[in-house]
Design a protein around this ligand. Sequence first.
Ligand code: CMC
Length: 389
Amino acid sequence: TGAVSYDPGFVNTAATSSAITYLDGDEGILRYRGYPIEELAEHSSFLEVSYLLIYGNLPTAAELDKFDQRIRRHTMLHEDLKGFFGGFPRDAHPMPVLSSAVSALSTFYQDSLDPFDDEQVEMATIRLMAKLPVLAAYAHKKSIGQPMLYPDNSMGLVENFLRLSFGLPAEPYEMDPIVVKALDLLLILHADHEQNCSTSTVRMVGSANANMFASVSAGINALFGPLHGGANEAVLNMLRDIQASGEPVEKFVERVKNKEAGVKLMGFGHRVYKNYDPRAKIVKNMAHEILAKLGGNDELLAIAMRLEEVALTDEYFISRRLYPNVDFYTGLIYKAMGFPEKMFTVLFAIGRLPGWIAQWREMMKDPETKIGRPRQLYIGEPERMYPSR
Ligand code: CMC
């Protein structure tokens, strides 16, 4: 069978070529389809970035409007799908609820499952973009026991999601433009990140020609892990634990350095970024601004800033080139917006969706795509005989 190379965690192995996202970890560069993340963060919108990632170029005004209108027309869910939410325990985490609901889309929308039919792929794309934020908001409503509202298609994607998350049937929902703008920006920052764990999962599942809903559902489950998207929730829990313990930040950092079981500086470190995470830079600046406007938890922000300061001057972190990643400050912002901790990773999923879709579509069109099937080095028993009894 020839030599097999051994690369746990695919640290050095490219599993695909891709024209979507460029990432230079040493220089701290991130570009979607060639556009620097800093420029997109300043000038673009999440909807426009989604179009860019999925279709390859920035849309004209007419193209963006059409994309927007199509998504608005597909926000409604099949009524029976709403009943689905009743089957989970009240305290269910919204991430597995979301992945289950997205998986269930392939039972409700069976006319958009063929990965090689362009029209069906387009339909699945629009349906996912339109319905995933609705499912995400319903997962939240389910967890707090509030009624689920119908989407209002006079609103754009982000506004609709906020209203569905926080609105009540009995009173009008007052939209805070600061929150809309901040959430839109955070979604842009999360929209793609080349072959991260969840995206690789989407590709792996899709490489078996699984449909887009099934593939994205698998990606959501990968994102749930605390080393990946779950880190934003884990950061806030860490900050709270430090606050509650009353111990100085330095003491916590010592525990991290001593590698006490399960203690890591969450929101720090990255497989590819070894200089700084350009997304974290944008989020940090924004955290100060938005927390000042929305009145976030100053004490937790102070702990986060002190943690960063201590870590960035400590030999342990310097020698390992560990810097804050995108998740370090996002949780504080989400909290200030009114989202409970359990929703943080769901927000990441909404942001990452266009990236997953773009990567899945690219793979399906790539003539070099093969089913994902890594090799292994067998380290078990040699052949042994079944004992005669
Ligand atoms: N706190 C303490 N030590 C760390 C950390 C951390 N956050 N991250 C890495 N290290 C140490 C690690 O123990 C190892 O030390 P040693 O060489 O002594 O064994 C060294 O740094 C290299 O780390 P690694 O685990 O080999 O790096 P990796 O590329 O396999 O893992 C990572 C990358 C992101 C999983 C890891 O840095 C980590 O667990 N960070 C905390 C979780 C987190 O914030 N994840 C979010 C990532 S960014 C957005 C996303 O993907 O969601």
